[in-house]
Write a protein that binds this ligand. Structure first.
Ligand code: MG
Ligand code: ZN
Length: 227
């Protein structure tokens, strides 16, 4: 019976490889579609409660006079995040994933099809709150930002190397609470850079907007670089 069991395991692994490969292909198609309309897309990843929606709210408020902005809000079941982002003046397509703990390129493709891409410059994609599998599922975005907050404790970065390896930037958020939490933003920054030396690291308080100007600077440079 051992042979059968092993065969089953191999089959499962192949199935998963197929799935990831198919996702990568779809992500490339998404990227081409976005490029053909001059849209810069940024995937915002991070744990539940890290501040992804708050960062997007801040970015929309700061940039809406300069760029035409839309967002895709991925969430399991609620519309809370989509409503918050809409409230700042961006067009939002909501994607409820049900039980799925990440967005994938196919879901993003469906959401993109609901947008008029020729009327958009910047697209923020808020991923489902999770630091694990979003790393394996590129969506076709041009850049990826991880939001991690000091309230998640001192080991959040070092325990999730894969997602930081895949990211372009990390926002260390809720820095106003670092003393109360006994978590040093410097340590989180060191950990992130030890995983990925090319990461751009910013420190933010996305409730007050402190540090958000550094994220804006990154976005503007990415946007210019894409032109
Ligand atoms: Mg959110
Ligand atoms: Zn997942």
């Amino acid at each position: 019976m051992k042979v059968v069991k092993n065969a089953g395991q191999i089959f499962d692994i192949e199935l998963e490889e197929d799935l990831l490969q198919r996702n990568r292909e779809l992500a490339l198609e998404n990227r081409k579609l976005l490029d053909s309309h001059g849209v810069l897309a940024v995937d915002i990843m991070g744990s539940v409660g890290s501040g992804k929606t708050s960062l997007i709210e801040q970015m929309v408020s700061c940039l809406k006079a300069r760029y035409r902005i839309a967002a895709i809000a991925g969430d399991l079941t609620t519309t809370i995040d989509a409503e918050r982002i809409k409230g700042r003046g961006a067009e939002v397509v909501e994607v409820n994933t049900g039980k799925e703990c990440h967005l994938d390129a196919n879901l993003v493709r469906k959401a993109i099809e609901e947008l008029e891409l020729e009327t958009i410059d910047l697209l923020f994609i808020e991923n489902v709150g999770n630091l694990i599998c979003p790393a394996d599922f590129p969506l076709g975005s041009h850049r990826r930002i991880v939001v991690t907050s000091v309230t998640e404790g001192p080991y959040m970065v070092i325990k999730h190397p894969h997602i930081f390896a895949e990211a372009d930037a990390v926002a260390i958020n809720k820095v106003d609470l670092s003393q109360a939490m006994g978590v040093e933003p410097e340590k989180l920054q060191e950990d992130a850079l030890s995983i990925n030396p090319a990461l751009r690291v910013v420190r933010t308080n996305c409730l007050t907007g402190e540090g958000v100007e550094d994220v804006i600077e990154l976005l503007v440079n990415w946007f210019i670089g894409k032109r």
